[in-house]
Design a protein around this ligand. Structure first.
Ligand code: ADP
Ligand code: ADP
Length: 218
């Protein structure tokens, strides 16, 4: 579960996120829809404690993410592919994350297999295509087997098979009872993946309803 209460972020004169209050529940894929610049990434970064809110709070399973001793076991996220050091191999990147989160080495091999990167795991991440970078980011999110998962524009750079794979992954994570929060700027993507849609524009909540209701009203 993710709980946002009056979550607000201002950068100088720009309000990136304005007074967002939401509960994102387990067992569903909650889509986070809005055009570029709407505030989706900023919201996700605040949930992970990577950005400090100007006002309000963001809690993961009732606590601030930064307070967890092993954060990757509580929530995993695909954020920006640039978060991966380009000189590091995919496997070494995941091993470092596993080590600081008390996750066994064999889990790294397991997630590499799940995302289809086992064969290239020894190569430097800087040589990966955009799609491979996305897969490595997804492997990082899955690494701690967390109850809460967030994916920021996960299908960027993926081919049609990759897009289907991500969609099925989201659905199966939710079917396992996890909280799945996924952003996109494309309604066409969200209507196939999400159960519930949270729509934002200019940092403000515009709609929050089951996808079936939003489709019926459009
Ligand atoms: P989205 O993920 O929906 O595309 P973002 O959260 O990236 O939107 O951006 C929301 C707004 O905040 C935009 O106007 C963006 O320019 C601004 N913004 C995001 N990060 C920063 C930053 N580090 N400094 C200044 N402005 C920022
Ligand atoms: P640093 O190298 O300073 O630790 P990182 O970007 O690696 O910076 O991590 C910053 C924070 O974000 C840490 O709390 C880390 O646990 C968390 N973090 C990094 N990657 C992920 C991820 N894929 N999923 C969830 N949390 C992550």
């Amino acid at each position: 579960m993710i709980t946002l209460t009056g979550l607000t972020k201002r950068y100088g004169g720009t309000t990136a996120v304005a007074d967002l209050s939401l509960t994102i529940e387990p067992g569903l894929v909650t889509g986070f829809l809005g055009p570029n610049g709407a505030g989706k990434s900023t919201t996700m970064r605040m949930i992970l404690g990577l950005d400090e809110p100007t006002a309000g709070t963001a809690l993961v399973s009732g606590r601030r993410y930064a307070r967890f001793r092993h954060p990757l076991r509580e929530a995993g996220a695909l954020l920006d592919a640039r978060a991966v050091h380009p000189g590091r191999g995919g496997r070494n990147h995941l091993l470092a994350m596993a080590r600081s989160n008390g996750i066994p080495r064999r889990r790294v091999e397991e997630v590499l297999g799940m995302v289809g990167l086992s064969d290239v795991a020894g190569k430097r991440a800087g040589t990966y295509s955009l799609g491979m970078g996305q897969r490595l980011g997804i492997a990082g999110a899955l690494l701690g087997d967390p109850p809460v998962l967030m994916f920021d524009e996960p299908v960027n750079g993926l081919d049609p098979d990759g897009v289907r794979w991500v969609r099925e992954l989201m659905r199966s994570l939710a079917a396992e009872g996890r909280t799945v929060f996924v952003s996109s700027h494309l309604m066409s993507e969200m209507e196939r993946t999400a159960d519930r849609l949270v729509v934002i524009g200019k940092g403000r909540l515009i709609a929050d309803a089951p996808v079936t209701e939003i489709l019926a009203g459009s």
